[in-house]
Design a protein around this ligand. Sequence first.
Ligand SMILES: [Mn+2]
Length: 309
Amino acid sequence: MSPRQIKLLGIAAGGGAGRQGAEDGPHALRELGLIDGLARLGYALDDLGDIPGVHETYWANNPAENIKNMPRVLQFNRHIHDCIRGAWRQRQTDDFLLFIGGDHSLAIGTLAGLSDCCERLGLIWIDAHADFNTPVTSPSGNAHGMSLAVACGHGHLELRSIAASDPMIEEADVHVFGCRDLDAGEIDALNDSDVHLLEMPQWRDAGIIDSVIAAARTLANTCDHVHLSFDIDVLDSPFVPGTGTPVVGGLTQTEASELLQALGATGVLSSAEFVEYNPHLDNADRSTGHLTRDLIEGLLAAMTNQSPG
Ligand SMILES: [Mn+2]
């Protein structure tokens, strides 16, 4: 069923990243015409606005070993969880939930919220990083490198406790694509897990589009909600100057665009998030912002024109 309405939630998360600025991503994408673009595709837009950052205080004790900005990250993700549950209660069954970030720590809150709204959550995670660190393995202490681990039941208990169930998602229902910058402890944890992982070279060998479509169809057979988490740093670094942790060797602009259109056309997705656009790092003509906007619109355009089955 093609969605007719998009529930759009901007999520101004910045405290999970090592470099500030991703919190201004949602506002910048709005400035670049994202809303009008989605409306032109024929969607009714239920724009829920942007979740603002949690007020910083120097007096908050940091209760976490090796998680930077823990009070901010924790409260922010609790808030995201609650906002998604609220949006879900007013949702028509064919509404599409679209989240725009924000750094990738926001996935703790989005996956927590979605986990509590469906029976069995499936996830396609496209990213140069697996975000599968814990405070024990993380070299940086940045929460945006821990979000998938938290959702799978690893890491800080308070973050894992945002959703009603821990884990928020079964590892076997997680398919990760495009990684090419994994930390040593993270690799061990992934090897010990049931997460399906295709690192960048293997992904290319398996077929960029074919392997993601196969994963999406597998999830659609077993899960009642399939979510896409798309980190723009999966693109090759020259295409995305406006992101905090660019890595060489990723997708070209054309590959990313064709992938999202093919995935949208399956009609399998019920929600998606696009994360890690940092307008402060973008070049003067905001090429990364335009690219991010176009990728989002490409996914949603394809969903209005689905192939059967
Ligand atoms: Mn990420």
